[in-house]
Design a protein around this ligand. Sequence first.
Ligand code: NAI
Length: 494
Amino acid sequence: MTFDYKVADISLAEAGRHQIRLAEHEMPGLMSLRREFGPAQPLQGARIAGSLHMTVQTAVLIETLTALGAEVRWASCNIFSTQDEAAAAVVVGKGTVEDPQGVPVFAWKGETLEEYWWTAEQILTWPGAETNPELGPNMILDDGGDATMLVHKGVEFEAAGAVPATDEADSEEYAIFLEVLRKSIGQDQQKWTRTARSIKGVSEETTTGVHRLYQLAEQGKLLFPAINVNDSVTKSKFDNKYGIRHSLPDGLNRATDVLMGGKVAVVCGYGDVGKGAAEALRGQGSRVIVTEIDPICALQAAMDGYQVAKLESVLAQGDIFITTTGNKDVIMAEHMAGMKNKAIVGNIGHFDNEIDMAGLARIPGIRKVEIKPQVHEWVFDADAEGDSARSIIVLSEGRLLNLGNATGHPSFVMSNSFANQTIAQIELWTKKDQPEGDREYSNQVYVLPKILDEKVARLHLDALGVELTELSKEQADYLDIDVAGPYKPEHYRY
Ligand code: NAI
């Protein structure tokens, strides 16, 4: 069987396969789901459009979904996050470089924004679906919500009979997105309406994507059921925190090799990602300062022993600045202009709008020097005395640096996140035909039941040699819970 795909270099497949093999050993959750569900094939008939960083760990997720019966098409959810050898190995699958037999992947490191949106469209464009909707995608697995947004905006513009003019877009990226939709709706005026009708659900990976889903649901605009994977405890309290604790220093090291010990590091945001970031930097000996807008998180940071300050107060002190907020306009051009010479600026929130890259580029006299891909020095113009030595270093052009400058989170933590993803896909797919009135999932956003969250954790204990204490029946009765769980009420915060 031949199929369409686009990766950087298919001959990297063997290197990718070696890494996938090692990752499988570190992903006991996914491998155990393959053993548990493989025989029953619960994802038989599911045609999943996946948009999530195309890394080695994601390769193990993709091959878990296909092992459970799904057909899959995949793109990365970021222009810099693909590991080209992983993408190649997934395409080749059990075939050869000459005769690939795996999964159609559309992802390579260093996509342009035009290419990015093209790949997003490819995962939602299945061969034959234009004449037979039965062949189109019927599930989305999303990270950040771009695939979901493409479908929703497509439906909105098809219903309106027009795509807004490009000059109405508030960013270059949105303008490019509008052009992609203009072209696709120009060729097929019902494409997105048809696609939306066939989609049975989406499982969403990250805080930012989940935020978008709740907004759609509140406005009554969500077109299919959604599972918020991020807020499984075994996702956000592990991946966002311990994953970042590993992959932030990894990104900083690979990008700059700067010694973190003794430096002043400013972490903007003290949510799950911020907590992992601050802990990692402190672990390396940095003196960490946190900025927050939420009094609870600010108090937590203070109790954890960090100085909490406004960004403006510490601009001249910081050697390393990291945004982790999932918010926009956090480090602005005027902030960067006030930083000390060779300060390092990076973001690990989902989108690049945390750092004002457009404003930085507009500073009069500024020059951008490429140190290496995804590492740029921005040199400020000479001052009145002719001193032009001052510059800052920006990582991954303001996009998430742990995936742009390194390879993202390690396998073991992603096994937790992706076990939740796999279970969420099984939930949505196997319960799609429940009779009206008995439907567990309507067009709302759900989190997985706690018992499944606990199951994901359980799948990872043996590999770490954890001995779990068992409740006696008497103890369970005393706490008014079941011996088999769930062990905590829904409102428990961990
Ligand atoms: P969160 O909501 O737990 O934390 C964000 C924190 O930033 C909140 O405490 C909020 O009060 C604070 N904040 C908001 N605006 C701020 C501002 N202007 N200044 C200072 N603080 C501000 O969210 P979480 O889970 O920590 O995720 C943060 C971002 O990281 C999201 O975009 C998420 O999608 C992304 N993410 C990235 C990962 C990666 O591998 N790079 C992994 C997981 C999540």
